[in-house]
Ligand binder design. Structure first.
Ligand SMILES: O=C(O)CCC(=O)C(=O)O
Ligand SMILES: [Fe+2]
Length: 237
């Protein structure tokens, strides 16, 4: 099963994904997980064992819902998702650094990037499952957990839109320097993934590249239940 996932990711049309990332800052992917794999994670949500922390979102005013961070060792599928997405995204990250005239600092192997996190005392795993019921939402935010962060993250929606839930669209808002903010609404089919910027992205303007700050969230779930699997590449303090 996991070797299939690696093949699915390797076989994506990375040329056009890189173009999408450069042009819009995000990319919507075809299904990465099968219906069965999605259902496996929805079931896993209710097990105690695989998680290190559970967060009640309204308690922190992060939104309305709940999420759980996985503990190490990660479930094998998550390990494979993190490792298989990372090298292409590290190329994109280094290219974005060059656009912004910064050194290309991202190693091409995820393990080496995790070692960098470790040197900054960021040792706790960050992949998570988020669960929203009717009325649930996720406020616009960023997932930075220390000085070291990877500029992309990936989310996979685990339920079937319009069947298992309504509403609950993925939201991205770009804060453009000296201008008003721009919003993007993304609807994802079951098992499909969204690659989006963790912190900011280079935007090609008249006088070259500048940075826009990007935050992400989820609109209100108007019925049913929606689960999301978040793949974050840096570890947390
Ligand atoms: O789609 C979702 O549930 C939101 C995901 C999210 O905030 C994340 O993956 O960091
Ligand atoms: Fe997030």
């Amino acid at each position: 099963m996991t070797s299939n996932i690696q093949t699915r990711i390797n076989n994506l049309d990375w040329g056009s994904i890189h173009n999408e990332l450069d042009e819009h800052g995000f990319a919507i992917l075809p299904p990465i997980l099968t219906k069965d794999e999605c259902e496996f994670f929805i079931k896993l949500y209710n097990e105690k064992e695989p998680y290190r922390t559970t967060i009640n979102m309204s308690r922190y005013r992060f939104g309305n819902g709940e999420y759980k961070y996985f503990a190490y060792p990660l479930p094998q599928i998550i390990e494979v998702l993190r490792e298989s997405f990372y090298p292409e995204l590290a190329n994109a990250a280094n290219r974005w650094s060059e656009y912004l005239k910064k050194p290309a600092e991202f190693p091409l192997k995820h393990q080496e990037f995790l070692e960098k996190c470790e040197r900054h005392e960021q040792l706790r795993p960050t992949p998570l499952i988020l669960k929203y019921e009717k009325g649930g939402f996720n406020c616009l935010h960023q997932d930075l957990y220390g000085d070291v962060f990877f500029p992309f993250q990936v989310v996979v929606v685990l339920n079937q839109r319009d069947k298992d839930y309504t509403g609950g669209e993925s939201l991205l808002v770009e804060q453009i320097p000296r201008a008003q903010s721009r919003g993007h609404v993304v609807t994802l089919e079951q098992g499909c993934a969204l690659i989006f910027p963790t912190n900011n992205r280079p935007f090609l303007g008249k006088n070259g590249y500048y940075k826009t700050t990007v935050r992400h969230g989820v609109s209100t779930v108007t019925s049913g239940e929606r689960y999301g699997l978040g793949i974050i590449f840096h570890d947390s303090k």
